[in-house]
Each structure stands twice: as C-alpha cells, then as structure tokens.
Design a binder for this molecule. Structure first.
Ligand SMILES: [Fe+2]
Length: 197
C-alpha cells in the first residue's frame, strides 16, 4: 500500500474496530458504519489505485469479489467489486450477513425486491420490485439480512467497496428468478485475495 491509501484503510479499520467493541446491536452497528465507509470511498488515493483493480466475474457463474482485509478479531471484511460495463448481478440475498455497499467509481442501478409468498413451497419465491435507483460515486447502500436485491452497471466500468459482517463464500445465499418464480441457493462470491498498493 502507498502511505496515503494505507492510512485511509487503517483509519477505517481502527474506527470500525472501535465501533464493533462499543455497539453490540447489529442494526445500530451497521447504521453507524455507514459514515466510516463514506470516508473510505471519499479518499482520493483509494480511487486512484482502483483504476488498476481487475474486473470480477458476475452473472450465471459463481461471482467473485476481491478480498482486501479480514479482521482477525471481529471477522468483518473489506471487499472490492469491479463490474465491466453492462454487467448485471443475479437477484439475490446475502443470507444473515450484514453488508454495506459503497460506490467508488462509475454509476449503477440498484434494485430492491420484496417477497410476497409465505415461503412454504420449496424452490419457489414470488418477488416484486419495490425500488430501482441510480447511484454514483459516494453512495453507500446498507443491505440487511435476507434483503433481496440486484445491481447493474451502465455504460462504464463500476467499482464498489463492500464491507461485510463476515467473509462471504462459505455459506448458502438465496437466488431468485422473478420470471419463473424459481428460488434456489448458492454459495456467495468466491474471495480473491488482493493486496492494496
Ligand atoms: Fe448483493
């Protein structure tokens, strides 16, 4: 890491660790994490070096995230997600894992869905889109447990920094197809260790 980007990440990690120690209520904790991630994605040295970060696979195959940091004590992680232009994620949830999604570069649309069936039928979910917003650099989106959502990049490459309560990839998350009303589960994104310069 360069000294300035290192200090931005270090500042984030130090503040996040203090918050984890002080605030035990997950919903409150993750609300209070939002300004910390806003500060990180507002750092110029992070944005500058993000121009070199490799694109992550998305779509029908297993998705990928860059893994920048995992906290040895509190287990939260910092991920990077770089989407090529015109890339859409599946409609999905993150299971129990709290997530903060911060847009660093480029513009994308974030969609949210609600489930209208009672979940009694296996492999079936009836979902409705409740929100579709266009977001750009500086925007931080808080995604709570089991919230259903998707993202799509526009004409440009997009870069997001994501903070999760725990490393994804080792547990099952929900997937949804509104056209066929199919519901299934799959493992979250493969974690690609990536050292910040
Ligand atoms: Fe997601």
């Amino acid at each position: 890491m360069t000294s300035s980007s290192q200090s931005a990440v270090q500042r984030f990690v130090t503040s996040a660790r203090e918050l984890f120690a002080q605030e035990k209520d997950p919903a409150e904790r993750w609300k209070k994490m939002t300004p910390l991630l806003e500060a990180l994605i507002g750092d110029r040295s992070i944005k500058e070096q993000s121009k070199d970060w490799p694109a992550c696979r998305q779509g029908d195959q297993r998705a990928q995230n860059l893994l920048f940091y995992e906290d040895p004590e509190y287990k939260f992680v910092i991920n990077g997600l770089i989407k090529s232009p015109k890339t859409r994620t599946q409609i999905h949830d993150h299971a129990h894992n709290w997530t903060l999604y911060g847009v660093l570069d480029g513009h994308e649309s974030i969609e949210r869905y609600e489930r209208v069936d009672d979940g009694a039928k296996s492999d079936y979910a009836d979902i409705r889109q409740t929100e579709k917003v266009n977001v750009g650099p500086g925007k931080v989106d808080l995604v709570g447990p089991f919230q259903i959502h998707a993202e799509e990049s526009g004409e440009e490459r997009t870069v997001a920094i994501i903070v999760r309560a725990q490393k994804a990839g080792g547990f099952l998350q929900g997937r949804y197809d509104p056209a066929t009303k199919r519901y299934w589960q799959g493992y979250g994104p493969e974690q690609i260790p990536y050292e910040l310069k």
